[in-house]
Design a protein around this ligand. Sequence first.
Ligand code: ZN
Ligand code: ZN
Length: 274
Amino acid sequence: MRAGDDTKGMKLCVLGSGSTGNCVYAASETTHILIDAGLSAAETIRRLESIGAPARDIGAVCVTHEHADHVDGLAALHRRIRAPLYANAGTIEALEKNPKLQRLPWNVFATGHPFRVGTLRMAPFSVPHDSYDPVGFVVSREDAGAEPAVARIGVMTDAGMATELIRTRLRGCRAVALEANHDLDLLRESPRPWGLKQRIASRQGHLSNAQAAELIAEIAGPELKVVFLAHLSGECNRPELAVGAVTRMLEAKGILGVEVKLTYPDRPSEVAEC
Ligand SMILES: [Zn+2]
Ligand SMILES: [Zn+2]
């Protein structure tokens, strides 16, 4: 840590990740937010409490895109905790086609334009994925002493490829939750229909372990301390393959000091302090 750097109080935990439901918790000392609500409301609340973050403290639920594994619990969670909801216009338009998700009280953000929730600055950036207007987020503190906002946490699941914009946004983060969806060989060998395999591997699909490893090596600066590997496919990936691909790449590039951690469909990850 650099002298004078105010690093206290940012936390990142992937409450659940995978095709069965995605939900990420990020917080400053005083502001707590969720990115996506793909777990059931009851499970989200239970997992928040298990990491010592009461659900009533959630100040916003920010949605990356409209796919069910990111929004299935949204309406019920909103009824339970009443936290303000944030998404861009494209995602809201897509969500409103779903009868369960109509007439929610949205706060609309514009992709590329940061907005503020309490002491957190949420910076949504565009990612390539087969949905209306998918985003990742960089979350940073914007309270006294943190001006201009220092990038702290990057969250990006569901992206078919790493773009220059993604690399630029995720550089300088201290903790990153990033998709490592599939091992390309396991995907090729899987009994899934050809069209689905094509979709997953496409530039609008999901990041493979190799793509995630390459991206992490590209964004890893002296600030980066921890990477959570998220959205692992249950059928086309294995935790040791994802972690192995990333750690081998970091070693090969001589990048030291980055902890590579897993996320899980059925339980929260570790809580990273950054
Ligand atoms: Zn998706
Ligand atoms: Zn997804």
